[in-house]
Design a binder for this molecule. Structure first.
Ligand code: HEC
Ligand code: HEC
Length: 171
């Protein structure tokens, strides 16, 4: 929990009910980059990113709460690792990531920065869901990601998600 400059706390308790180790379909927020979290919350609030539960939650937050919660989560430690993927997945996953030049934006270790999300060690189930949503334009709050994923089959997206989830990065 983080005490803001005005003394009000950014209470992450309500968020942790869903964003925790046991709910493996939901994205890891601990250690994600602040500006990225902040943008997603604003997008959800403005209905630019669609997810009924999260849109509802984001609409209850004002700009200051969004900024404080984003900083609070960003200041936590990313809890790695999920188990390394098997060698066949690693080989194919690496090639698929190379093909999409994902490291050009997400960093050489897919660690992300500032408003670009960390991918390394994110949960495979969430990565797969969100990548498919980009591909199908159900997630359309950053169109370049959607056009990139046109080049991948659903099966390839599954392999890439599993590979990326198994990557470790220590900051
Ligand atoms: C009822 C469960 C639930 C609660 C409570 C909840 N979330 Fe979420 N959150 C989700 C789910 C599920 C997703 C994935 C949405 C999707 O698939 O697009 C998500 C996605 C997000 C994302 C996008 C992450 C990314 O990597 O793109 C952010 C940021 C986020 N939540 C922040 C919060 C914050 C801050 C709170 C507390 C104020 C909170 N959430 C409370 C379920 C929840
Ligand atoms: C041109 C730069 C760029 C490239 C290349 C790129 N991305 Fe992204 N990606 C982004 C940005 C920026 C975001 C955040 C979008 C936003 O602000 O809403 C993002 C978001 C994502 C997310 C959502 C993360 C989350 O927590 O929800 C995933 C997953 C992702 N990218 C995977 C990939 C993969 C896999 C590749 C390679 C096939 C790739 N990206 C290539 C810029 C890029």
């Amino acid at each position: 929990m983080l005490v803001s400059a005005t003394g009000r706390t950014a209470d992450t308790t309500a968020c942790i009910a869903c964003h925790n180790d046991k709910m493996v379909a939901n994205p890891i927020l601990d250690g994600q980059h602040a500006k990225y979290i902040e943008k997603q919350l604003h997008d959800l609030k403005k209905d630019l990113r669609i997810h009924a539960q999260m849109q509802g939650i984001a609409k209850t937050l004002d700009d200051k709460q969004i900024a404080d919660l984003s900083k609070a989560f960003a200041s936590k430690k990313w809890a790695n690792p999920s188990p390394k993927s098997n060698p066949a997945i690693q080989e194919e996953g690496k090639n698929l990531v190379r093909k999409g030049n994902c490291t050009r934006c997400h960093g050489s270790e897919l660690e992300g920065t500032y408003n670009i999300p960390r991918l390394a060690g994110q949960r495979s189930q969430y990565l797969k869901t969100t990548l498919l949503q980009y591909k199908n334009k159900e997630r359309n709050n950053f169109p370049p990601m959607s056009s990139m994923l046109n080049r991948y089959s659903e099966e390839e997206i599954g392999v890439m998600a599993e590979y990326i989830a198994g990557l470790t990065y220590h900051d």
